[in-house]
Design a protein around this ligand. Structure first.
Ligand code: CTP
Length: 423
């Protein structure tokens, strides 16, 4: 068996036509694709379009007289290596999250034991609705993978998050999941018969970071005051993990040194824990010799308690408590000092005022090749959001990045890294 089998679920949104291109790309990468459409999807694109390009039967629902299989959702779900939904509407996401099985696609989801990947597309308000976000969180907890929508002009003529991710990116992420597996093992080299779709893409040059080992710090550090308390910050780890995921999808070997995060690390990347600044420093320095790119995306505490107490500090009727803090090691500066030929060093500068000026000073002081400058006072930028706004600064100039998903921004950062590599 040299081919992966993908169940492509198409739900009813304007982006349904893009599922045809996803099917073609998957087929070109050597996958067998079986298509299942919801009834609403057929209002946007004809089943015939898929049928004409696919030898398989296109399922619209269980009871379709043209469907030769009486228990189609069971057979369909048991004979795929990945269930990929493109596009996923708010409605299908809500059904999946709540175990509703009132049509073929939702029944297939319930009966499916293969990994599931969902690429949503919808109007921004529908995307941002607490109900939709709640359902997505539930599905993520249930182990479902998401290809986050990006921001841009939507079919309803508004601009915001909700646009289907680029089809190339969806296919890359789907293939990457198939190759790596949900347990994060495998690297695409062990595919039976040596016809790994990821390897094929790598050979074609689509995996443009295949020669890089990207080392990334992620999340916020925790600096112990005593065994119970610590000093920390609001970092969620979303930006750093987005860079990790994007680099992985572009073929890089990825190592993450993670502090405290509120989100899970993507599959297929090596994760080392470094909860305090000191632990993160040690983790980074151990991995640095083999890295070709370093990205300092963590919010590292600049100061830590000088003498953390060994036992819990008691109040003892004191009205004030003074903590003495000492500077933590600056990981980014040290990486830059130890840099070997060809290593690219990237830092982040989260500022509230004079953003570009401070970012450029940081770039010079820490010896960076690229700095990602954020104004964290802007809505949609900064901590714990799924979006960001930034300026990428290199010695060659500046690139302004408007509001976009962190995943999309991660690719822009990697594009800039590649430009530096080529220069
Ligand atoms: N950084 C690091 N190690 C530290 C502190 C920061 O690696 N001990 C990295 C961060 O990951 C980020 C960049 O340095 O890439 C941020 O620079 P930093 O000087 O910490 O920014 P601020 O804390 O905002 O500094 P300042 O208050 O001086 O502006």
């Amino acid at each position: 068996m040299n081919k992966y089998r993908v169940g492509l679920g198409v739900s009813g949104g304007i982006a349904a036509y893009k599922a045809v291109e996803v099917m073609r790309l998957l087929q070109k990468s050597g996958c067998d694709v079986n298509v299942a459409m919801t009834r609403h999807a057929t209002e946007f694109v004809q089943p015939l379009t898929f049928k004409a390009l696919n030898e398989g039967h296109v399922i619209v629902d269980d009871y379709d007289p043209a469907n030769p299989d009486p228990i189609a959702h069971i057979n369909f779900s048991q004979n795929i290596d990945l269930l990929l939904i493109v596009p996923a509407t708010a409605n299908i996401i809500a059904k999946f999250a709540n175990g509703v099985a009132d049509d073929f696609l939702s029944s297939t989801y319930l009966a499916c034991t293969a990994p599931v990947m969902i690429a949503p597309a919808m109007n921004t308000t529908m995307w941002e609705q607490p109900a939709t976000q709640r359902n997505i969180e539930q599905l993520k907890t249930d182990g479902v993978h998401f290809v986050e929508p990006v921001s841009g002009e939507l079919a309803c003529k508004t601009v915001g998050t909700g646009k289907l991710e680029d089809v190339d990116n969806i296919v890359r992420q789907a293939l990457s999941l198939l190759e790596i597996g949900t347990d994060g093992k495998g690297n695409g080299e062990n595919h039976p018969g040596g016809e790994s779709p990821l390897l094929l893409l790598r050979k074609e040059g689509s995996l443009d970071l295949a020669r890089e080992h990207v080392l990334i710090t992620v999340g916020g550090t925790r600096e112990a005051i005593d065994p119970v308390r610590f000093i920390s910050n609001h970092s969620s780890g979303k930006m750093g993990f987005a860079v990790a995921e994007a680099a992985r999808d572009r073929g890089a070997e990825v190592t993450v040194v993670a502090g405290a995060t509120t989100v899970e690390a993507p599959a297929g990347v090596k994760v080392i824990k470094g909860i305090s600044a000191r632990e993160m420093f040690d983790g980074v320095m151990a991995e640095l010799p083999s890295a070709t790119v370093f990205v300092g995306a963590a919010a590292v505490a600049d100061y830590a308690p000088a003498n953390a107490a060994n036992a819990k500090i008691k109040k003892e009727d004191k009205d004030t408590l003074t903590l003495e803090l000492k500077k933590t090691p600056d990981i980014l500066s040290e990486v830059s000092k130890r840099r070997k030929d060809g290593q690219i060093v990237v830092g982040f500068a989260a500022e509230t005022n004079d953003v570009i000026t401070y970012a450029k000073i940081k770039m010079g002081k820490k010896g960076l090749d690229l700095v990602v400058a954020n104004d964290i006072t802007q809505s949609g930028a900064g901590f714990n959001t799924d979006t960001n706004i930034a300026t990428l600064i290199t010695k060659n100039g500046q690139v302004e990045l408007p509001l976009m998903s962190k995943r999309e921004m991660a690719d822009k950062i990697l594009d800039e890294i590649l430009k530096l590599r080529k220069a």
